[in-house]
Each structure stands twice: as structure tokens, then as C-alpha cells.
Ligand binder design. Structure first.
Ligand code: PRX
Length: 664
């Protein structure tokens, strides 16, 4: 096996095709391409009827909807608008009195290896108790609650409890800094924070509650009236009288009965912040019914979910994947799922494979970055190779978050899936709520590195700058031509930005994904070529270059100017490279290293460790045009270590290139 590479060339010549086996196709929910085509045709012939049928079949409505789609105020589409529903009811209550009631909902494996199981009935009781505790603290329908929690059963309980009482949750990934948390609390106008005293990752105890305290103390968080603290470890944490309470104490005095608060179909279930091409993260607002419909339905279609499946999505609840395929989709579908607190490399890099064996996992869903780092680990230490574990329970593999290079795809297929399990390479985004372009395991012939075809009803297309279709084989801009139920509804508090970012006038009202793509000439299969805006994808995490730049220039005593670009990286997909002009002379040697370190730590504090640049280079200036515009394409070439062969005639200060070509 050669070292994995992210080069696009290898995908261009990709001609391996893996058809679903007859046996697999036969038992699948969407069986064969004819079944896929039939669903697509149904959506084509009666768009609204198609979605209405699915919404009636896969959700339990308190009050049925009569109108499917309201386009009168496009792009602010409204789906199933006059229907009433509750997401938590659909994930829990509706399974009561069915065989799912006593089924295991969550197999929780702690960082240290302890395993706990929770049935649907027990989960409903926990969620209800916690929902009552929130209500007792005055949290009500329409309020926003920030969730800053580790990957635990309690993290899921927190989200479900909010949904149960009609509060809108906003989960902030536990790796974000106090400043990032404070900005999100303030932007969302949250009334409460749900957190833990500490989180356990890789054998380390990392603080969460003290970061919440620090964030709130930064100001602008006066709306916060309550902080609820899950006591994950025995280590004490600061508790503010009158504001803070422990989750277990608050729950102990509450009833396990809490009728779900019914909300309108369009009621915001959650806001999740993600990076865009400006410095400020965007609060992506999702609906209740349309979102849940897609989370549930894609569990059936993409993952071909069966009653006895053991589903495992390794994503953190702090990201959209953890929302749709941990907190909502598997529960709405009545699945048994694994929730894992720790990291894939602790106590060793065989942890994922050992866990698949231990829990007899059947559907495994992870990110290419994880696969690539585990390939590296397995190649250097045979003891953590997947061959050391019994992976025969697996039947479907999934990939999400970034393009998967064919080499990594083949390794995953062969060494994890035993050349038996289809790989669903799911393309989607925080904004899309659920899968958009993905193979169906019992239907679609697979091509490594390609997310293949759009799901039925999803009008994905590739267009030029004026919104006209480009032919197969020619690259272009990925758009979605029609609305779909789980689409982003707006940017929290900024409808204008929503319109401008996602529905630019020149694209005929199509949804702009922000990615480039190309369809293969033979099959019309989609391949995502990467972001076309200033957004980087580092280890499957979305980072705005401007966000990192504004953090860097925020170090006002040191930094005059900064520009951030991405560089291809074998493991993380992209790596962050920052070019920095200091307010002092250009440092060299150890001094340069020390300043670079100081800046990396600064960015870690401003945003979070995931945003720390891998490399920082210093120069007297940045390459600029005569009108003062930074020439990023040159910086991208320099970051890659390429010789500058591009046209530099518009460059004001060519001498600067030589300086910035040097690594510290
Ligand atoms: O660039 C695409 C990439 O991840 C972006 C969305 O990031 P985020 O909102 O954080 O959601 C990640 C989890 C859904 C997209 O714009 N991306 C996601 N999945 C794929 C992908 N790129 C290629 N192939 C994928 N399967």
C-alpha cells in the first residue's frame, strides 16, 4: 500500500467500479438502480407530493400539515408550515409501546473504556427529567440554550431536552475557546448554558465549566440566567450561587414525565455556528419537521438501516454530523447506536477497530481524516492494524466531511470493509441538514473518490458563473436548483447575509453550496473538487481564512497584517499556513520559532486549537497588487513550496516573494 495522497490527478483517472452484490441489493431498502430511479421520477413528476408522502410516512404529526411547500417568500422557503410536531416526541415517545421501547438506544463507551447501555425507555425518562429541570429554571419555548458538552449520553439528553420543551439549542464544540463560546452565546442571545465540569479525552481531564465561566465573564452574556453542569468527573469546579446547578441534582427532584411541547413545523430546532468567508461565524438555523424528516429518511436510504443494526457515527455532537447522525437521525429511526467519548488514538490507534469488534458494529461512519491517520498508524505499527480485530459484523461503511482520496477509499474498502461493505461517500454541509449527494448501498455502483449521485428529490447540478449548466466532464459551481425540506432556513439574526451568501442573484435563485464539482463523462457521477470560497477544510473541520486572519491581527501588540491560506496535507486534507507581517523587524531562527509559537497559542485561545496554523511565515509585507489587494494565489503557491510560474506583472512588490518562500 503506497502512502495516501490527496492529489486530484489520481481521481481523474479513476475507473474502478464496485457494483453492489446481488445478495446485498436484494435485501436493501432501496434495492437496485431501478428503485432509485423510480424515487427520482416520483420527485420529478410530483415534487410536492413526493415530499408530502415521505413527511406523512416517516414522521408522527401532532397536527397534520395541509400545505407542503410555501415559496411565496423565497429563498425563505417554508415546509409543512401549518403542521405541528415535536422532534423529541418523534425520537422517543413514538417508540413507546413498540418493540423499540426496550431496545438499547445508546451503547456508550467512555474514554477509559467503561461501557453503559441506555434503552429508549430509559432515555425518554432521562430526557423528560432534564426537560422538567430546564422548565423549572424558567427555560421555555422559543428560548435559546447553548450546549457545551462532551460526547456523552448526557450531551444527547441535553439536546433532546431542549427540543422537548421547544427551546432552540445551539451546540458549541467542546474544543472551542472561551472567546468563541462567548461570541456564540452573545449572537444567539442564549438564556442558559448546559455544560460539564470536565471532559475526558485521550486519558486527559480537560476543563469545560471554567471555560464557560471565563466566556461569560468576557461580557455580553447577561442573558444567561442558568448554567447546568453535568458532573463528568469527581474533580470540583467553581459553582456560582443562584446561577449554576448540577444536572444530577436538578434532575433528581423532577418527574420522569414531561409531555412534549408541540411546535410549528418551521420552529427553529437548532442554530449551529459554522465558518463562512467573512470573519464572523454564521448561525445556521434549521427547522423542526423538514430537518427531522431528512435525518430520519437518510438513515433508511443512505445507511439502509435495519432493526438489528448497530450504528456508529464517530462525529462529535458539536458538528452537524453529530446532530443529524447521533442526536436525531438514529433515534428517530429507532436504531441502536454507539456513542464514543474519546479519541481514535487512545489508548492506541486500534481503538475504532477494537470498538467495532466489541460492540458488533454493523454501520460505521467516519471522516477521511481519521481514516488517513489510522492508515499511517497501521502502517507503522502492525498491532493497531484493523486486521487485528474481528470486523466481520460490518456491513456498510460511510465517509463524511471532506473529499476521500481513492487510495484512502481503497484501504478503507479492503482493510476495514473486507471488500464486502459498500462505502457511502456522503457529500453534504451544515446548511443542508443531511446527506445530499451519496451512493445508496444497495443500488449505486461505487467509484472511489466520488460521492456519485444526488438523493431523490435533491436537484443538485453544476453550473457556470451565470447559472447555466456545464456539460459532464467540465468543472463548475455546485448548486441545488430546488428547495428541499432540511435546508438552512436563515442565518440567525441576519436574513440579508443568508440571501447574499446562499442565493446570489447571478445564480438564478439556486442554492450555492460553496464547493466546486465535476460530473464524470460516463456516469454523470459527482466529484467534489473543494471549496470555491475562502473556507478551509482541516481534518473535516470547516475554518474560515478570514476568521483566523482576524484572530491574528487581533494580537495588536505584535501583528500588523496577516493572510491565511490552505495547503494540501496528506492526513488533514488541508493545513493552515499563515503569512504574517509583524510590527517589528522580520525575526529569524529561534526568535521566529518563539514568535510563531506565541501566535499559534494566541489563535488557539481566540478560536480553539483546531484553528492553530500549522506553519507561520514572516515577511516585511505581503504580495499585493498596485491597488493593495493581497494576491492569495501567490501565497497558495508559496505555501505549497511551488516555484512561482504565474504572472506577477501586477505585483507591486515582487521581492517579497523570495522572503515569504522561506520556512522558519
Ligand atoms: O467542502 C465540502 C466538505 O465539507 C463542507 C461542509 O462542511 P461542514 O458544513 O462542516 O459539514 C461537514 C459535514 C457534512 C462542504 O462544503 N464536504 C463534506 N462532505 C464531503 C465534502 N467534500 C467532499 N466529499 C464529501 N463527502
Amino acid at each position: 500500500m503506497s502512502a495516501p495522497s490527496t492529489s486530484i490527478e489520481s481521481t481523474l483517472v479513476e475507473n474502478r467500479v464496485f457494483e453492489p452484490t446481488e445478495a446485498f441489493a436484494k435485501g436493501a431498502r432501496v434495492s437496485g438502480m431501478a428503485a432509485y430511479d423510480a424515487l427520482c421520477a416520483e420527485a420529478e413528476n410530483d415534487f410536492e407530493g413526493f415530499w408530502a408522502r415521505l413527511a406523512r410516512e416517516s414522521l408522527t404529526w401532532h397536527k397534520p400539515f395541509t400545505k407542503t411547500l410555501d415559496e411565496s417568500n423565497a429563498p425563505f422557503y417554508r415546509w409543512f408550515d401549518d403542521g405541528e410536531i415535536n422532534a423529541s416526541y418523534n425520537c422517543l415517545d413514538r417508540h413507546m409501546g413498540t418493540p423499540v421501547e426496550n431496545k438499547t438506544a445508546i451503547i456508550f463507551e467512555a474514554d477509559g473504556g467503561e461501557v453503559t447501555k441506555v434503552t429508549y425507555k430509559e432515555l425518554l425518562a432521562k430526557v423528560s427529567q432534564f426537560a422538567n429541570a430546564l422548565k423549572a429554571r424558567g427555560v421555555k419555548k422559543g428560548d435559546v440554550v447553548v450546549v457545551y458538552m462532551p460526547m456523552t449520553v448526557e450531551g444527547v439528553v441535553a439536546m433532546q431536552a431542549c427540543a422537548r420543551i421547544g427551546a432552540t439549542h445551539s451546540v458549541v464544540f467542546g474544543g472551542f475557546s472561551a472567546k468563541a463560546l462567548q461570541e456564540r452565546i452573545q449572537d444567539a442571545g442564549a438564556v442558559a448554558v448546559i455544560t460539564a465540569n470536565y471532559q475526558l479525552r485521550g486519558g486527559k481531564e480537560l476543563p469545560l465549566k471554567s471555560i464557560v465561566d471565563e466566556g461569560i465573564a468576557m461580557g455580553g452574556c447577561e442573558t444567561i440566567k442558568n448554567v447546568l453542569v453535568f458532573q463528568r468527573t469527581q474533580t470540583a469546579c467553581n459553582m456560582v450561587a443562584g446561577r449554576d446547578s448540577f444536572m444530577h441534582e436538578a434532575m433528581a427532584v423532577e418527574s420522569t414525565d414531561c409531555p412534549a411541547e408541540m411546535v410549528g413545523a418551521e420552529h427553529p430546532l437548532f442554530v449551529l455556528y459554522t465558518s463562512g468567508s467573512t470573519g464572523k461565524p454564521k448561525g445556521v438555523q434549521h427547522s423542526t419537521a423538514g430537518y427531522l424528516l431528512w435525518a430520519n429518511l437518510t438513515m433508511q436510504w443512505t445507511f439502509d438501516l435495519k432493526d438489528d443494526d448497530i450504528f456508529w457515527c464517530t462525529a462529535d455532537i458539536g458538528w452537524i454530523t453529530g446532530h443529524s447522525y447521533v442526536a436525531y437521525g438514529p433515534l428517530a429511526a429507532g436504531a441502536t447506536q454507539i456513542v464514543f467519548e474519546g479519541v481514535p488514538t487512545f489508548p492506541n490507534a486500534g481503538r475504532f477497530w477494537q470498538m467495532i469488534e466489541r460492540h458488533k458494529c454493523t454501520i460505521f461512519y467516519t471522516a477521511p481524516t481519521a481514516i488517513r491517520s489510522l492508515i499511517k498508524a497501521a502502517e507503522s505499527d502492525e498491532k493497531v492494524h484493523p486486521a487485528r480485530s474481528d470486523l466481520s459484523s460490518l456491513r456498510i461503511l460511510g465517509s463524511v466531511g471532506e473529499p476521500i482520496n481513492p487510495e484512502a477509499w481503497m484501504w478503507y474498502y479492503k482493510h476495514v470493509g473486507g471488500e464486502r461493505c459498500p462505502i457511502v461517500d456522503t457529500f453534504w454541509q451544515t446548511e443542508t441538514g443531511g446527506h445530499m449527494i451519496t451512493p445508496l448501498p444497495g443500488a449505486t455502483p461505487l467509484v472511489p473518490g466520488s460521492c456519485t449521485l444526488p438523493l431523490p428529490g435533491i436537484a443538485a447540478a453544476i453550473v457556470d458563473e451565470t447559472g447555466n449548466d456545464v456539460p459532464n466532464g467540465a468543472g463548475g459551481i455546485l448548486v441545488v436548483k430546488k428547495p428541499w425540506p432540511s435546508m438552512i432556513r436563515t442565518i440567525w439574526g441576519d436574513p440579508e447575509r443568508f440571501k447574499k451568501s446562499y442565493f446570489p442573484e447571478e445564480l438564478k435563485g439556486y442554492y450555492l453550496a460553496g464547493d466546486g464539482a465535476v460530473r464524470s463523462a460516463d456516469r454523470g457521477y459527482f466529484r467534489i473538487t473543494g471549496r470555491i470560497d475562502d473556507v478551509l477544510n482541516v481534518s473535516g473541520h470547516r475554518m474560515g481564512t478570514m476568521e483566523i486572519e482576524s484572530a491574528l491581527v487581533g494580537k495588536t501588540d505584535l501583528v500588523a497584517e496577516a493572510a491565511v491560506v490552505g495547503r494540501p496535507d496528506d492526513v488533514t486534507g488541508e493545513a493552515i499556513v499563515a503569512f504574517v507581517v509583524l510590527k517589528r523587524s522580520v525575526p529569524t531562527g529561534d526568535e521566529a520559532k518563539a514568535i510563531a509559537n506565541e501566535l499559534r497559542n494566541w489563535v488557539g485561545k481566540e478560536i480553539g486549537p483546531i484553528a492553530k496554523p500549522k506553519e507561520i511565515r514572516f515577511g516585511e509585507n505581503l504580495p499585493k497588487t498596485r491597488s493593495g489587494k493581497i494576491m492569495r494565489r501567490l501565497l497558495r503557491a508559496l505555501a505549497k513550496g511551488e516555484a512561482i510560474t504565474q504572472d506577477t506583472s501586477t505585483l507591486e512588490n515582487p521581492a517579497i516573494l523570495e522572503q515569504l518562500a522561506k520556512t522558519n
